[in-house]
Design a protein around this ligand. Structure first.
Ligand code: PRP
Ligand code: URA
Length: 241
């Protein structure tokens, strides 16, 4: 891409506008960790809403849903399609439709906040819940709900959890979905920590992770910093004392 001044001249716009255009981050795909950081001005905008400690729960939930929609669109961009011929009221229309079965897998509780937008995009997918919570002392995930049947795994699982912190919860979910027989696992998270991403990469599994932001550190309680706080508590308005 031409430099900033070049862009302004090429497009016939002012330097100030070119500066804004050039400062919009480009999508990054890290081939070592299979992390896709989805960038869009509206993703950045809604991230401000969820990060802001002053955002009230109803606005927080709405912004999580909007972000999930953007991430969901990107995470489904290369789903396998099949050619079909659709008969419209007027004529044949050579078309394409999904050729794979999809399971949406929210991690309870916070993943529930991302289900509705994914179901808008994929109304015929199944929803399989996995219940995990982190032990407050060790941050290790503990499974408390899992009703996956013995067979019948979908072709693609979209694992929904707004936060990928230590990566323990997603690691457990990925292992469980692989043991169920899911061939294609895609994780959709709003904010991931670099440490969590590295942990998932070390699994050597080819799971892909779609995120809106990657934050640098975890604090002593394994919360993502700056992050957005406790996603489940903010979605469900259950402040801890
Ligand atoms: C949060 C979050 C993830 C997990 C991430 O759930 O929603 O599931 O922590 O942390 P990790 O990457 O270190 O495993 P939490 O345990 O707070 O449960 P909740 O959603 O019921 O609040
Ligand atoms: N779970 C959350 O909800 N937030 C964090 O920062 C880490 C785990």
């Amino acid at each position: 891409m031409a430099g900033q001044e070049g862009v302004a001249a090429e497009l016939g716009i002012s330097d100030a506008i070119a500066t804004n255009i050039c400062s919009i981050p480009q999508e990054t795909i890290d081939p070592m960790t299979s992390v896709i950081r989805v960038t869009h001005p509206l993703v950045d905008h809604h991230l401000c809403v969820v990060r802001d400690a002053k955002t009230k729960p109803s606005e927080f939930r709405a912004a999580i849903g909007r972000l999930a929609m953007f991430l969901g669109v990107r995470a489904t961009e290369d789903l396998q399609m099949q050619a079909v011929n659709i008969r419209t009221p007027l004529a044949d229309a050579p078309s394409h439709r999904l050729a794979v079965t999809i399971g949406v897998v929210p991690i309870l509780r916070a993943g529930l906040g991302m289900v509705d937008p994914l179901m808008v995009l994929l109304p015929d997918s199944q929803v399989w819940h996995l219940g995990l919570y982190r032990n407050e002392e060790t941050a290790e995930p503990i499974s408390y709900y899992d009703k996956l049947p013995p067979g019948g795994a979908p072709d693609v699982a979209l694992v929904l959890d707004p936060m990928l912190a230590t990566g323990g919860s997603i690691e457990l979910a990925v292992r469980r979905l692989r043991s169920w027989g899911v061939p294609d696992i895609r994780v959709v998270s709003i904010i991931a920590s670099q440490q969590g991403i590295d942990r998932i990469a070390k699994l050597g599994d080819d799971v892909r992770i779609f995120v809106a932001a990657i934050d640098p550190v975890l604090d002593e309680r394994s919360y993502i910093v700056p992050g957005l706080g406790d996603a489940g508590d903010r979605i469900f308005d259950t402040p801890r004392s």
